[in-house]
Write a protein that binds this ligand. Sequence first.
Ligand SMILES: [Zn+2]
Length: 167
Amino acid sequence: MNELEEWLKECMNVFPSLKGMKIECKYKKLPKNTLGRIKGKVFMKRDIDVETLLIEGKAKVKIKREKPREYEIEINEKLKGIKKEVIRKQIVQHTIIHELLHIENDDLISLTKDYKRRKKKKLHVKEFKNEVFKRYNEVRKLNGLPPIERKEGLDMAIGKIVRELEI
Ligand SMILES: [Zn+2]
């Protein structure tokens, strides 16, 4: 198991709703200011109304969007520049938890629906960020680390790392 798989597995412990889902995690070259992102396969299913076709002769086809069942979390490869593993693990796990919460919230399927909605939907609202912080501290606890007391401190630390590594 590589480090990302191992760290993802630990994070999955605080996401019981995602149990059994196929999620992979990889280091990738990502756009500026992006620590991580998710990719999911959204399947489109064409569904035909049999009666309309056979009685009226007209094809009525509906496109149904299915919830993705497989996801890939991409972690900015520049994070590998954090030499101390214990520190790298914390930043990567915080990023993983952020992405897992998007999966739990079904943000991806809403994102791909249409561009107008995509622009309107705010993903990183305060409650979202607080939930990431809460779950992150739960994972720390499982790893025998003390909780981080204030979210602001963590935000500052991540900001500093992002600047230092020129992410
Ligand atoms: Zn996000």
